[in-house]
Design a protein around this ligand. Structure first.
Ligand SMILES: [Cu+2]
Length: 85
């Protein structure tokens, strides 16, 4: 008798193949224009080229879905010259 987890993987085999895409929500107040958003996107994608980044210039919110650890993502953004609140 298969257990619940085995049944889940059987139904959704993609769960086995992908890393969990953790969502991270950050405020980057010095992100002023689309070039800033671009720099931040590239910094995160240099860690994880599958990462998706949603940057809102009005609210300074950056939403990141990535399998890279949060601390690495934050460090990459800081190293690119931006401060995270
Ligand atoms: Cu800018």
């Amino acid at each position: 008798m298969p257990n619940k987890v085995e049944l889940l993987f059987r139904r959704f085999p993609i769960l086995e193949l992908q890393h969990p895409m953790a969502k991270l929500q950050l405020t980057v107040s010095d992100m002023a224009c689309s070039a800033c958003a671009d720099t931040i996107t590239k910094a995160v994608q240099s860690l994880d080229n599958q990462a998706t980044i949603n940057a809102d210039l009005d609210t300074k919110q950056v939403e990141i879905a990535s399998s890279a650890p949060d601390e690495q993502v934050k460090k990459a953004i800081a190293d690119a010259g931006y401060s995270i609140q």
